[in-house]
Design a protein around this ligand. Structure first.
Ligand code: SAH
Length: 324
């Protein structure tokens, strides 16, 4: 990944503290998982380049005319090496990546409700392969930085970005292999910070909220998306072990509890902008995510319960402001 341009953008901003994370030394130092192997694969990707990009519901990079058949076949093979593809959908040179999640549906539920992104600098915490970041560009963002410690997803984004380097317009979007906890103190920079689908994975949700606030400029907006369960203010579910097959779920709050957490952390203007129930059309097994999916996480006889017999997840989006 070429970070030359990003380095120039952040040099004279509070984000300069991120510069060490853009160095080859840092990336080389990430030894765990398959990261070194993926980096090798990325370096050997077909040399084709997209002539166009379309940032709609399906993020389409290039079209079949940009490539010869042999390169397309090689690309399709290569894309399979990066399975599972969870967030999307994408289309690459006519190859349709039907991802597990129809992430466009989540985006549709919130895009009209949040502060306009035109000209904004945005941080997407837990960005996965960057699908929403592309949608943020579509909405006119000036800069999108996604962070995610899960290297497989970072590698997917780098793969996608690889094919966009020769577009006539520069795409100011980056994904860095970082967790929010690694962000330096006193960033106070981003106009909008997204945390979607992350907080219930955190052992310390309050620290998560404080770290999100640290990244926002005063007056900036947090977009918090989480699963929730029904309950009074103060209630929150801590699963004994697994929740909907996930073994890294710690706190699933009631909506009022989440609002209370936000308030305790100093956010104001909390507004519930969407509540929804993910169904098995929105999140399902596909050719590009051939493993178990949502339907395997719910009680087959009663979809209001998880497979463990706990209340099934519902989803909420809340916007909140960091006071000036
Ligand atoms: N935001 C996407 C993806 C949600 S999946 C969406 O809403 O669809 C949750 C993601 O959060 C995973 O990719 C996981 O790797 C990431 N994540 C977990 N803990 C994190 C942390 N501490 N900092 C940043 N990302 C984190």
């Amino acid at each position: 990944m070429d970070f030359t341009r990003l380095k120039a953008i952040i040099e004279d901003t509070p984000l300069h503290a991120l510069l060490p994370y853009l160095e080859e030394d840092y990336l080389q130092g990430i030894r765990h998982g398959d990261f070194p192997r993926w980096r090798e694969r990325l370096a050997a990707l077909p040399r084709i380049q997209a002539s166009s990009i379309s940032l709609g519901d399906k993020v389409s990079i290039g079209d079949a005319g940009d490539s010869d058949d042999a390169s397309l076949q090689a690309l399709e093979q290569e894309l399979r090496e990066f399975i599972p593809w969870r967030k999307g959908p994408f289309d690459l040179f006519g190859i349709s990546l039907d991802t597990e999640g129809q992430s466009n549906l989540k985006w549709k539920r919130l895009e009209q409700q949040i502060s306009p992104l035109t000209g904004k600098k945005i941080l997407d915490v837990g960005c996965g392969n960057g699908y929403y970041g592309f949608r943020m560009l579509e909405a006119g963002a000036d800069l999108v930085i996604g962070i995610d410690p899960h290297l497989a997803y970072v590698a997917q984004f780098w793969l996608l970005k690889h094919f966009t380097e020769n577009l006539p317009t520069y795409l100011p979007i980056y994904v860095l292999p970082l967790s929010l906890e690694q962000m330096p103190e006193r960033i106070n920079y981003f106009d909008t910070v997204f945390s979607m689908g992350v907080i219930y994975h955190r052992r310390s949700p309050i620290d998560h909220l404080l770290q999100l606030k640290n990244c926002l400029r005063p007056g900036g907006e947090l977009v918090m998306e989480s699963i929730y369960v029904d309950g009074e203010k103060g209630y929150c579910l801590t699963p004994d072990k697994k929740y909907a097959r996930m073994n890294n779920v710690w706190f699933v709050p009631a909506i009022e509890t989440l609002i209370q957490w936000l308030s305790r952390c100093g956010f104001v203007n909390m507004e519930v902008i969407d509540r929804s129930l993910t169904n098995t059309d929105e999140q399902r097994q596909t050719e590009w995510m051939p493993y178990e999916s949502l339907s395997h996480s719910l009680d087959p006889a009663d979809s209001s319960l998880t497979i463990e017999g706990l209340p099934a997840p519902k989803r909420v989006v809340i916007t909140a402001t960091r006071p000036r």
